[in-house]
Design a protein around this ligand. Structure first.
Ligand code: FMN
Length: 389
């Protein structure tokens, strides 16, 4: 089983991760991980912090001479901004005069976390609930992604909606995706194409309109959300299982995506649209092409009964608008119980492009665990021989 844990506060010294269960003999480098960390920091609409920080991972254990050892992999990402926060974030007993945050921001964990842990300072919540934590998730999951790529399983994503801007012709967008999927690196080609756009959209016109919408939103002190698609290509038939609820791959993938900060909806294939259609327009019919069993469509998103059916896995996620508004909403001061404006702290206007990169990352361990359950081994060599069997 691959599993990982992260630790670290947003403005603390560093983010820390421990990843376990990756078979021995996988080639991996800090440079490879850093590429994905950089991608997570991109996107039009991000706030000031992304300009201050350029994330880089340090590998402390589990890798020797460029290859995994099968032992736990320990990773660190330093928060380069932390020197500005030394007095507010010190581990030792702090100065008495540190300003306490007592006004929760609507849409954040601020209020619930403050009550739950009995704090007198909302900063204790802000620091860990922040999406800064996803930098370490991306680092850990990138090692897993490399494992999947060894077996021809590629992950990609693109943004298809920002605020009210979406592709005018969804079928045209699907054709662009399908063309990209024919490349040797499958879904990763979708990602490469999307990365050429500042908002990770595949169509130039949508990119232009989305940037305009983000600019308008910023000007009015508001924020935006949106939707993205994650695709996994090269997945063999039979990963996951229908025999028990907690082995259904669709459920596990939905959990992974839903665990990302601000993701509030997940769809498998064209799930929501399907609900309004007759079955005859929904289910993917079988065909035989050159003696190979094929399907005429992929509305199921590559999963039937919680099991992969050999088609690319298609997942959609909806991200809500960023909760911290430059033109703040009403809140309450927890000390005085007076209605006041929420606090504004340096913030993104739109982070859907970054969220799509995180989406690519977090589904890696889910797929890899299902893959290892079926073709498992302690080393890459052993998994390869099981997979070829
Ligand atoms: C990549 C990314 C960047 C984010 N940036 C911000 C931000 O700058 N300001 C903010 O208020 N929320 C931001 N969020 C969203 C919050 O982290 C999230 O809404 C909050 O932690 C509450 O969690 P919930 O929305 O899952 O309930 C970001 C989320 C992601 C995925």
């Amino acid at each position: 089983m691959i599993r990982y844990l992260t630790a670290g506060e947003s403005h603390g010294e560093a983010l820390v991760g421990i990843l376990e269960g990756v078979p021995a003999g996988l080639e991996i480098s800090a440079k490879y991980i850093d590429h994905q960390l950089r991608r997570r920091q991109q996107g039009y609409g991000r706030g000031g912090r992304m300009r201050i920080e350029s994330d880089a991972v340090e590998i402390l254990s589990g890798i020797r001479f460029g290859k995994t050892l099968g032992s736990p992999i320990a990773l660190v990402i330093r928060n380069r901004d932390s020197h500005n926060w030394k007095s507010k974030m010190t581990v030792e007993e702090g100065p008495q005069k540190v300003e306490r945050v007592t006004i929760p921001r609507p849409g954040h964990a601020d209020f619930a976390g403050f009550i739950k842990y009995g704090f007198d300072d909302i900063r204790n919540v802000i620091e860990r609930a922040s999406a800064r934590e996803t930098a370490m998730r991306v680092a850990c999951c990138t090692v897993v992604r490399k494992f999947l790529e060894e077996f021809g399983v590629f992950i990609g994503s693109h943004v298809f909606q920002i605020g009210s801007v979406h592709a005018k012709d969804r079928r045209r967008l699907d054709r662009i995706v399908a063309k990209n999927l024919r490349a040797s690196c499958g879904a990763y080609k979708v990602t490469e194409s999307a990365d050429r756009s500042d908002v990770r959209m595949l169509e130039k016109e949508s990119t232009r309109r989305a940037i305009q919408e983000i600019k308008r939103s910023k000007k009015s002190g508001d924020t935006l959300g949106g939707m993205f698609e994650v695709i996994i290509s090269g997945v063999p038939v039979g990963l996951g299982s229908y025999v028990q609820y907690d082995r259904k791959l669709d459920g596990l993938l939905a959990q992974a995506l839903m665990s990302i900060q601000a993701v509030k909806g997940v769809e498998i294939g064209s799930g929501f649209e399907n609900a309004a259609l007759p079955g005859s327009n929904v289910h993917d019919e079988f065909a035989v092409r050159n003696k190979i069993i094929a399907r005429t469509s992929n509305r199921a998103g590559g999963l039937e009964g919680g099991v992969t059916n050999g088609q690319p896995i298609i997942l959609h996620a909806a991200m809500k608008p960023i909760s911290t508004l430059a033109n703040p909403l009403r809140s309450v001061d927890m000390r005085t119980r007076k209605i006041v404006k929420a606090r504004y702290e340096r913030s993104d206007v739109c982070a859907v492009p970054a969220c799509s990169v995180i989406g690519e990352a977090v589904i890696g361990p889910v797929i890899a665990n299902a893959f290892l359950e079926k073709f498992g081994g302690d080393s890459i060599k052993e998994v390869r021989s099981q997979y070829r069997h």
